[in-house]
Design a protein. Structure first.
Length: 179
C-alpha cells in the first residue's frame, strides 16, 4: 500500500480529457454517418438525375396530360410517395412544359380542366392558365416548372428536387417574400 501514489490533478485532468474525447467521438459517429449517407449509398447525384416521363408520342400536341415518375432520390421508408405526379403540356413539336402538381400557395395538388384551359387548386381557389402563369386566387406566382428535354424519343425531366423559385427569386415589381 505504501507504493500506491495518489492521482494528481494533472493525471485527473488527462483522464477527464480522454473520457470527454471518447464521448465526443461516440456522439460524432451517427452525425457523420447521417451527413455522409447520400454519398455512401451512391445517391450523391440523385438530385441531378434526368427521369423519363414517357415517349413523345404519348403526349398529343396542344394537350396537357398527367404523368407520374419515380423520384430518383428515395429512401427505403418512402413507400408509395416516391411515385410523383406532374402535368406535361406539349405546346407544339418538341416544345414541352412540365409543371409540378403542387400549387404555389400551400402545395395542394392542382387539377387540369381542359374545358376552361385552367389548372385549379381545390384548397384555396388558386387558378393558373395553361402555360402555368397565375390567373387568380391567393398564389402570388405561377406553377413551379421542371427543367425538361427530349432524350432518345422520351420526355425527360430533372426531378430530384421539387422545382422552386430559389432564394433569389422575386415577383415582378415586388421584393422577395422572405427577404
Amino acid at each position: 500500500m505504501a507504493n500506491e501514489t495518489p492521482l494528481s490533478r494533472r493525471g485527473l485532468m488527462k483522464l477527464g480529457i480522454l473520457f470527454n474525447g471518447l464521448v465526443a467521438a461516440a456522439l460524432a459517429m451517427p452525425i457523420g454517418r447521417y451527413l455522409l449517407s447520400s454519398i455512401a449509398r451512391g445517391r450523391a447525384n440523385g438530385y441531378l438525375a434526368w427521369v423519363p416521363l414517357g415517349p413523345v408520342s404519348g403526349f398529343p400536341e396542344g394537350e396537357t396530360r398527367l404523368a407520374t415518375f419515380r423520384n430518383p432520390y428515395v429512401m427505403p421508408t418512402d413507400g408509395k410517395t416516391v411515385d410523383t405526379a406532374c402535368w406535361v403540356r406539349r405546346i407544339e413539336g418538341d416544345e414541352f412544359q412540365v409543371f409540378a402538381i403542387n400549387c404555389a400557395h400551400l402545395g395542394c395538388p392542382v387539377r387540369w380542366f381542359p374545358q376552361s384551359g385552367l389548372f385549379m387548386c381545390p384548397c384555396h381557389g388558386g387558378a393558373y392558365y395553361r402555360d402555368g402563369t397565375r390567373a387568380s386566387g391567393p398564389p402570388e406566382r405561377g406553377l413551379f416548372e421542371y427543367p425538361c428535354k427530349i432524350e432518345n424519343g422520351f420526355v425527360t425531366i430533372q426531378a430530384g428536387e421539387l422545382p422552386t423559385p430559389g432564394p433569389n427569386a422575386a415577383l415582378p415589381g415586388k421584393e422577395p417574400p422572405c427577404a
